[in-house]
Design a protein around this ligand. Structure first.
Ligand SMILES: Nc1ncnc2c1ncn2[C@@H]1O[C@H](COP(=O)(O)OP(=O)(O)OP(=O)(O)O)[C@@H](O)[C@H]1O
Ligand SMILES: [Mg+2]
Length: 259
């Protein structure tokens, strides 16, 4: 999608306004997210970072319409997600979001081409067109030579490439990835981060990624830091950012903090 302009200002593709997500656990209430506000501009590659249990996946699931907030508003691709029913959300997700997971989630009984073509079953395209588009997506992720391979015959890095091809085959407005490098070795992790960056650079895709990976700071435009359900801002965000940079060995072209 082209960035929409509003009197010269870019309209964010994601706007999270004072969003909280509480869970009941026995008599306790877990504050998975507490009054979080942020926005993401179209064509940006953004990371959500923070310790385990800080609310990263919760936030990502709200952005992709997998979950709903306890309070606050979630706007994505011009749609207020709070207003949609379960069925409408599923339909909206199929049209606008490409999902990438830590453990690839490929169908073991399907080859790479058929795995990538799966999301197109929800469209009116005929089978030959679905397979043609799957091949194009596999070409983009550099897997022309692996079209007929089954997941068990692919390396972890290759399986994640297939999963990325599956996420882009519908030409979604937004790519959402939860720890896409979490199950990969260092070399494959860099290659996947570089591929995501390429989708942003070459196709203007907006990408929101949860990650623990300090290397990610070299590839993203912006990093938001969460801690115990709170979005860190100002000096707290700077401190969290510096700590990750230090872990990554520092880098002058690293992303700025989001808050
Ligand atoms: N369905 C649920 N029911 C109850 N509590 C939940 C549920 N989902 C998440 N939580 C709690 O909300 C908090 C945030 O969880 P979340 O999965 O967003 O963390 P995270 O930052 O993604 O962590 P990790 O890095 O370990 O994946 C945690 O305390 C978690 O236990
Ligand atoms: Mg998580």
């Amino acid at each position: 999608m082209d960035p929409e302009t509003d009197g010269g200002r870019i309209t964010p593709i994601i706007a999270i306004r004072e969003v909280s997500r509480f869970y009941r656990r026995g008599v306790d209430e877990v504050h998975a997210l507490d009054n979080v506000s942020l926005h993401v501009d179209p064509g940006h590659f953004v990371a959500f970072m923070g310790p385990s249990g800080s609310g990263k996946s919760t936030l990502l699931n709200l952005v992709s319409g997998i979950d709903r907030p306890s309070a606050g508003d979630v706007y994505v691709v011009g749609q207020k997600l709070n207003d949609l029913s379960e069925d409408e959300l599923a339909d909206w997700r199929a049209r606008h979001i490409g999902l990438i997971f830590q453990f690839f989630n490929l169908m073991p009984v399907l080859n790479a081409r058929d795995n990538v073509a799966l999301p197109l079953l929800l469209t009116r395209l005929d089978r030959s067109e679905r397979l043609r588009r799957a091949e194009t997506a596999l070409h983009i992720v550099g897997l022309d030579e692996r079209l007929d391979h089954y997941p068990r015959t692919l390396s972890g890095g290759e399986q994640q490439r297939v999963a990325i091809a599956r996420a882009i085959v519908t030409d979604p407005d937004l790519i959402v990835a939860d720890e896409p490098t979490g199950d990969l070795d260092a070399r494959n992790a860099e290659a996947i981060l570089s591929l995501l960056r390429q989708l942003k650079n070459d196709f203007g895709k907006t990408i929101v990624m949860v990650t623990h990976d300090p290397r990610a700071l070299r590839f993203v435009d912006q990093a938001y830091h969460l801690d115990k359900g709170i979005l860190l801002e100002g000096e707290d965000a700077e401190r969290a950012h510096e700590a990750i940079l230090l872990a990554a060995g520092g880098h002058s072209t690293a992303a700025r903090t989001g808050a």
